[in-house]
Design a protein around this ligand. Structure first.
Ligand code: S3P
Length: 442
């Protein structure tokens, strides 16, 4: 790779991807481990925590709120160590606003963390985060008794005005969002009675699985999760498995690059997260999954993938989108190489991610010469077996980490170099992405 101004030139991999790799810790589980440990009484021991900008936003935030964090860099690049929480004393009133950077998970979960305490905390973030919708979180928390200032404002910066007398609620979420579910459940831990969150389709369930490790009972079924308060978190040990959303990039690369065959080890195999393996299977990709263990209640194992020349289009139904919500961009690039049309149903949530990923996918595929379109809230990709990357193809990551890796992948697995504007944004979730993929292709 080489850099020109803000553009990174990504060259085709010189060889097939071969051998084993492991990916850094899961971002969703890392955020929760840090935040829940900060809420708990005592010192939790965390290992395998992802060291990326987003998780650093959570670490900085809980530090400002009074948790003692001593996580240190390990030889494998992860963070491990202790976090001593504020427990029954509650978070301390920070002197300055909390800047959550690019991290939607940090800011949305923090709203639920802070709502049950008598604090006033201003939350803000970078330009992207300041454009993202927050009403989906503030609406249920206001029903519970928290306030947000300025009143009626739907985007950051916002000040959370917590209250120690929160009411338990039953809330029907308008969209499947684990961030929304988690914020409500975390506030519910301190509210008197049972707080229940119903969702239109199942979103990732890391919160429901991890809270019991911290001594808080949760009940969870297909589209509903509850917690009964008031309860209290106590310190525990959390081991974070590898991030399936990062593994998806290596797996998709292996499926697209001729003669490849790889295994990605220690990947979270939580069924709410590995929808991408099912989508690839439906496209006819040669991949398999093997369980090898569990970290707490989170299963992990090995995902194996081989080059597959005869991919075909498939349909992903609306109720499965939450299980691939962060993988749609890279799966769209795989779909671009498949015979026939691939349909991703009801993907409107992609419009409100770090950037409008739906528009960005269509724009990027157009750069590749691939026909893709949006009809209502459905995304269609007309695949082209034997797709060639146009010479001089240039993509804009729009400062979105998953788009940066998606368009880089088109170049890495293709026949010609591509340029990716602001590739640097990979530091949000997978800083060593290029090194890892280039190491597999030596
Ligand atoms: C996340 C949930 C998803 C996902 C995000 C992380 C989480 O967002 O896109 O990257 O850790 O809970 P939504 O809950 O808004 O769908």
């Amino acid at each position: 790779m080489s850099h020109e101004a803000n553009a990174t030139v990504v060259n085709p991999l010189p060889a097939p991807l071969r051998g084993s790799a492991s990916v850094p810790g899961d971002k969703s589980i890392s955020h929760r481990a840090v935040l829940f440990a900060a809420m708990a009484e005592g010192t939790s021991r965390l290992s395998g925590v992802l060291d990326s900008e987003d998780v650093r936003s959570s670490i900085r935030a809980v530090g400002q709120l009074g948790a003692q964090v001593s996580l240190e860099k390990q030889p494998d690049g992860s963070l491990a160590g202790g976090v001593t929480g504020w427990g029954a004393a509650g978070p301390s009133q920070p002197e300055a606003p909390i800047d959550c950077g690019n991290s939607g998970t940090t800011v949305r979960l923090l709203m639920g963390v802070l709502a049950p305490w008598n604090v006033r905390v201003e939350l803000t973030g970078d330009d992207s985060l300041q454009r993202r919708p927050m009403r989906r979180i503030t609406a249920p928390l206001m029903k519970m008794g928290a306030r947000f200032e300025p009143e009626g404002r739907e985007t950051l910066p916002l000040t959370v005005c917590g209250s120690e007398g929160l009411r338990a609620i039953t809330y029907d979420a308008p969209m499947a969002s684990a961030q929304l579910k988690t914020a409500v459940l975390l506030a519910g831990v301190y509210a008197r009675g049972t707080t229940t969150l119903n969702e239109p389709s199942p979103s990732r369930n890391h919160t429901e699985l991890m809270l019991p490790e911290f001594g808080v009972t949760t009940t969870a079924a297909d589209r509903t999760a509850s917690v009964t308060g008031p309860a209290a978190l106590r310190a525990c040990e959390v081991q974070v498995p590898g991030d399936p959303s990062s593994a998806a990039f290596l797996v998709c690369a292996a499926v697209l690059k001729p003669d490849s065959s790889i295994q990605v080890e220690n990947v979270s195999l939580n069924t709410a997260r590995i929808g991408f393996t099912r989508t690839l299977e439906r496209m006819g990709a040669d991949i398999s999954v093997r369980h090898t263990g569990a970290a707490g209640k989170e299963p992990y194992g090995i995902v194996s993938a081989c080059y597959t020349p005869n991919l075909h289009g498939c349909e992903v139904p609306a109720d499965k989108i939450a299980t691939i919500v962060d993988e749609v961009p890279v799966l769209a690039v795989v779909a671009a190489h498949a015979r026939g049309v691939t349909v991703f149903r009801e993907v409107s949530e992609l419009r409100v991610k770090e950037t409008d990923r739906l528009a960005a996918i269509v724009e990027g595929l157009e750069t590749l010469g691939v026909d893709a379109w949006i009809d209502g809230n459905d995304l269609f990709v007309e695949g082209q077996p034997g797709l060639q990357v146009p010479v001089g193809a240039a993509f804009d990551s729009k400062n979105d980490h998953r788009l940066a890796m998606t368009w880089a992948l088109a170049g890495l697995c293709g026949n010609a170099p591509v340029e990716v504007e602001n590739f640097d944004s990979v530091k949000i979730s997978y800083p060593q992405f290029l090194t890892d993929i280039e190491r597999l292709a030596r």
